[in-house]
Design a protein around this ligand. Structure first.
Ligand code: GDG
Length: 725
């Protein structure tokens, strides 16, 4: 049985018009068409390109799209397309992804629509997806979709590919709701970018904006793990090859050769978009023409496909480009030539290939571009009569197209010089430059790109169980059985991050009503013997939990208060803390050198906190501090620990595990015991090997615990379930 691949993009690969449906021929369509039919059955989910409000018409379109094109439409009305597509996607997200905050606009209502439309897409995917299907989400319009899908169907394999650049954190953070967008992408099992630079920027953004602790290509969050990868998109090589071999192509090329009467042709093809550097290019052309004595021999052809015309910036750009071209043609036209030939529209595919093939130079100078397929397509057409590619060094394609003339599009003089040099290059040299690039472009084509991404998506580690499900069945059954047989169940429960969600400010982490409701159930349940165990001082535990009939263990196991007693017992009477005075000045040095960090002096330990510092800088300094402390205390019974945004130094003999072991010894009559915790200090409990002792890790990260549960909310729910059975 072929695997079903559900491809999700803003636009379907077809456009539904008033009386017919037209197929589009983009690279993505070709890439997916090229996947073997025996291996994959492809369904496409997206917007059909126009608003259809009548239910009867919608039903009919839906049927035809599904039966004849393998497509499932997401219908959007006019208001939605304006707010979701032209608004948030193209006026807020697009400019920022392209480092142009000055072009950014934002309206809260757009964001609401963006969220709703992403939800609508999620519903459509979930209606159509079954276990074992692959879902591949494309681009910046659908950044929330991966996490929405994962939350509803954790076992679905979800991939996300970003076709644009991903900018540095300082730019991305300007985007209102950037945090939600990055978190949305992280719902995917695999996230693909065109270049390593974009991947690196996303990685740093996840670290700094979302406060995550990623490993170079893996980012774990909410029980899931996203793997990042680099997949430079290619062109539909087979279609170009086929067209170059067609008689139609040869005919058109000859026709155009005659039209342009022996002139040198410099070609630019793009959507009319401010990222493509059109005005900067015109400035370079002005400088070139001003310095050239062969103005009549060169013709610049601009194919500018109308794009996003509902957006003000795009209308303004069009006007400015047309005015500028008018000025330049006025300035440089002679009776023999008008140097710039401007087409505001698209040309058909064979014509495009003929022009690519005829052009002496392709001038591709975006200010920034995710990849830029035009550059690759131009090379594909340089088979017999080679021309030269001048390419912006800020296009993703520049990383692969190493033999092109690379230029800085902001440097008009430099681009003008490159133009003059390109026109003067010998055919042999052009051929030599193009050959290895063309080979690469034809070999690593769109099909290769899609296959690579999908193979890696299939090979991504299986999604980790986020919630109990079958995996927690064993521990649940054991507790329920013990309770039903009236045996004691000893519960050793960490507080912060286990029973209750972590707060940035530890003082704000008082028990919530949900936690209190659970604690009351625990206190009322006969045979449940509860110990709350924490790194917090005695006062916190007494204030919040003093009234419950629970054992309390404070300060990571340095002191305990048995249920029914008023006094705290020091478990660390024999431990010396003389080292605190010696190590404190070192921690102070790090406090001083790391803005936002601070030292906390506890009775039993010293803690350097950096959760309010820049997370990358903080993590770097934490590593340095931990190494320094480990080296200094190598021969002493002192433990240095890197926890969540902290480095802590404490006495090695004092830990939660030792305290739990002591209680278990004192009360060996328990039927079953369970310890649960979320961070490294809880690992000392998980390491214990007492009989009938079970362990649950709450949240991400490596652990010795036998079971895992996604977070405090899921853990509370789990306890409620076992207590009420
Ligand atoms: C986004 C990213 C990334 C253009 N004019 C005509 C025409 N085209 C075709 C070209 C090419 C496509 O449109 C443009 O693709 P680009 O890659 O150059 O740019 P974007 O549209 O901005 O695409 C970009 C891409 O996604 C893929 O990931 O490379 O960085 O911004 O295929 O041939 N086709 C025809 N007539 C035209 O007049 N037939």
């Amino acid at each position: 049985m072929p695997t079903t691949l559900i491809n999700v993009s803003n636009r379907l690969p077809v456009t539904v018009g008033a009386d017919k449906i037209t197929k589009s021929s983009g690279g993505l369509v070709a890439a997916l068409e090229g996947l073997s039919k025996g291996e994959y059955k492809t369904t496409w989910i997206g917007w059909p390109g126009a608003a259809f409000s009548e239910p009867v018409r919608q039903k009919e379109i839906e049927r035809v799209l599904r039966d004849e094109h393998g497509c499932v439409p997401v219908f959007l009305d006019k208001e939605e397309t304006e707010a979701f597509y032209e608004g948030f996607s193209n006026s807020s997200v697009w400019p920022l992804l392209h480092y142009l905050p000055n072009y950014m606009h934002y309206e809260p209502a757009w964001w609401e629509h963006y969220r709703n439309v992403n939800r609508r897409f999620a519903e459509r995917v979930l209606e159509n997806a079954h276990d074992g299907d692959l879902v591949w989400v494309h681009d910046y319009q659908l950044m929330l979709l991966p996490a929405l899908l994962k939350a509803a169907a954790p076992h679905l394999r979800v991939g996300f590919f970003l076709h644009t650049p991903f900018p540095v954190y300082e730019i991305f953070r300007c985007l209102p709701h950037g945090r939600e967008l990055a978190a949305g992408m992280l719902g995917a099992d695999r996230i693909g970018f065109h270049t390593f630079g974009y991947l690196r920027h996303f990685f740093a953004t996840a670290q700094r904006l979302l406060d995550l602790d990623p490993e170079l290509t893996h980012i774990r969050t909410g029980g899931y793990s996203a793997t990042l990868g680099v997949y430079p998109i290619g062109i539909n090589a087979a279609k170009f090859e086929e067209t170059l071999n067609s008689p139609e192509f040869a005919r058109r090329r000859e026709e155009f050769r005659a039209v342009h009467g022996g002139k040198r042709i410099v070609l630019s093809v793009e959507r009319m978009d401010y990222t493509k550097g059109i005005l900067h290019r015109l400035e370079a052309i002005d400088q070139f023409l001003a310095g050239s004595n062969r103005v009549d021999d060169v013709r610049f052809i601009f194919v500018s496909v109308p794009s996003r015309e509902g957006i003000e910036e795009y209308q303004a750009l069009r006007e400015e480009v047309e005015a500028q071209i008018g000025r330049l043609n006025g300035k440089y036209a002679t009776l023999r030539n008008s140097p710039i030939h401007f087409i505001h529209g698209s040309v058909d595919f064979v014509d495009l290939c003929a022009m690519y093939s005829l052009a002496d130079v392709a001038l591709v100078t975006p200010l920034i571009d995710g990849m830029n397929l035009v550059a690759k397509e131009y090379l594909a057409c340089q088979r017999d009569n080679p021309g030269l590619l001048i390419l912006s060094e800020f296009a993703g394609a520049a990383e692969e197209l190493f033999n092109a003339f690379l230029v800085n599009p902001y440097d008009a003089g430099g681009v003008a010089e490159a133009l003059a040099a390109a026109l003067a290059l010998s055919p042999e040299e052009k051929r030599a430059r193009n050959r290895p690039m063309r080979e690469r472009v034809m070999r690593y084509d769109a099909q290769h790109w899609a296959r690579n991404f999908i193979n890696d998506l299939v090979a991504s580690p299986a999604p980790e169980p986020a919630t109990a499900g079958a995996d927690l069945g064993g521990v649940r059954d054991a507790i329920v059985r013990a309770l039903s047989e009236n045996r004691n169940v000893a519960l050793f429960l960490d507080y912060d991050g286990t029973l209750r969600e972590i707060e940035r400010d530890p003082h704000a982490a008082a028990p919530t009503p949900a936690v209190e409701a659970l604690l009351r159930k625990l206190q009322d349940r006969p045979n449940a013997d509860v110990t709350l165990i924490s790194g917090r001082p005695q006062e916190d535990l007494e204030r919040w939990f003093g009234a419950y009939p629970f054992n309390l263990i404070a300060e990571h196991g340095a002191s305990a208060r048995r249920h029914g007693q008023r006094e705290w017992e020091q478990l660390d009477r024999t431990v010396s803390y003389a080292w605190k005075a010696e190590l404190l000045p070192i921690l102070r040095l790090y406090e001083e050198a790391t803005p936002g960090s601070f030292v906390e002096e506890k009775r039993t330990s010293l803690v350097w906190h950096y959760r309010k510092a820049d997370s990358q800088f903080g993590a770097w300094k934490a590593r340095e501090l931990a190494e320094e402390l480990v080296a200094l205390t190598a021969n002493e019974p002192i433990q240095v620990r890197r926890g969540k945004k902290i480095v802590e130094v404490s006495a090695a003999e004092v830990n939660k595990g030792a305290a739990v072991a002591r209680l278990l010894e004192l009360d060996a009559g328990y039927g079953i015991a369970l310890c649960a915790g979320d961070d490294q200090t809880d690992e000392t409990m998980f390491r214990l090997s007492a009989p009938r002792l079970l362990s649950i890790k709450v949240g991400d990260g490596p652990t010795l615990a036998r079971y895992r549960i996604a977070g405090p909310a899921e853990f509370r729910q789990f306890l409620e379930e076992v207590l009420t059975k």
